[in-house]
Design a protein around this ligand. Structure first.
Ligand SMILES: O=C(O)c1ccccc1N[C@@H]1O[C@H](COP(=O)(O)O)[C@@H](O)[C@H]1O
Length: 226
């Protein structure tokens, strides 16, 4: 079992937030390009924030049903390691984005019930990673970043041919349970480490990563009495 849980802190908007996430041990930092989100960043702000990410911390662009013009501008301006598709992109669109931009693609799939699970098998054949998130509330403004968990038992110890991340309403208080129940090794979150919508709290980020990594470590064997 790998030593560390890899955490993605999403919705960072400036270099100070990226610094705080990286210093706390984040493996990925995410930038949201979605106008309705309180975490939306301009392409220029994301470019500057991404420059603060140290080597080894992967920079992820989160987009929702983006057209090529938007992706051209983002990928031409911001130094990136991955694209996160968080809308209703088809498997064919995932293939196209991978081929056109030469970057790994993580596809978000919303889960509410067992009926949603087959989509994970489908996208695992075309994406480089899966992001297993709570299904957004119908008619809600955001397709993600709502701070709402789903029933983790649905993906308990599930495996796909590609790596996956768990997301949806994760906080410093519930991340250990989420890891124990699902066996996941990668975690993505946004609202659970904010002091207000779109404002990341460095103390909560550090608490979250500490809690996730502690939960992900194999337990030491109990000492023998003899
Ligand atoms: O964070 C956002 O504002 C956002 C907007 C549009 C699509 C996805 C978004 N965030 C992603 O949603 C999940 C869960 O977030 P949370 O921890 O429940 O707040 C996470 O993958 C974010 O990357």
């Amino acid at each position: 079992m790998p030593a560390d849980i890899r955490v993605k802190i999403c919705g960072l908007r400036d270099a100070a937030m990226v610094d705080a996430a990286a210093a706390a041990g984040a493996a990925y930092v995410g930038f949201v390009f979605f106008a309705k989100s309180p975490r939306n960043v301009t392409i220029e702000a994301a470019r500057d924030a991404a420059l603060a990410a140290p080597p080894g911390v992967a920079k992820v662009a989160l987009v929702v049903n983006p057209d090529d013009a938007l992706l051209d501008e983002i990928t031409g301006t911001v130094s990136l390691d991955m694209i996160q598709l968080h809308g209703s992109e088809s498997p064919e669109r995932v293939r196209e984005v991978r081929a056109r931009y030469g970057l790994p693609v993580m596809k978000a799939v919303g889960i509410q019930s067992a009926e949603d699970l087959p989509a994970l098998d489908i996208y695992s054949k075309v994406a480089d990673q899966l992001l297993v998130d709570a299904k957004p509330v119908a008619g809600g403004p955001l397709p993600g970043g709502n701070g709402v968990p789903f029933d983790w038992r649905l993906v308990s110890n599930r495996r796909w041919p590609v790596p996956w991340m768990l997301a949806g309403g994760l906080t410093p208080s519930n991340v250990a349970d989420a890891i124990a129940l699902t066996g996941v090794r990668q975690i993505d979150l946004s609202s659970g480490v904010e002091s207000a919508p779109g404002v990341k709290d460095p103390v909560l980020i550090a608490e979250f990563i500490q809690a996730a990594q502690t939960a992900g470590r194999p337990r030491a064997a109990a000492p023998s009495l003899r």
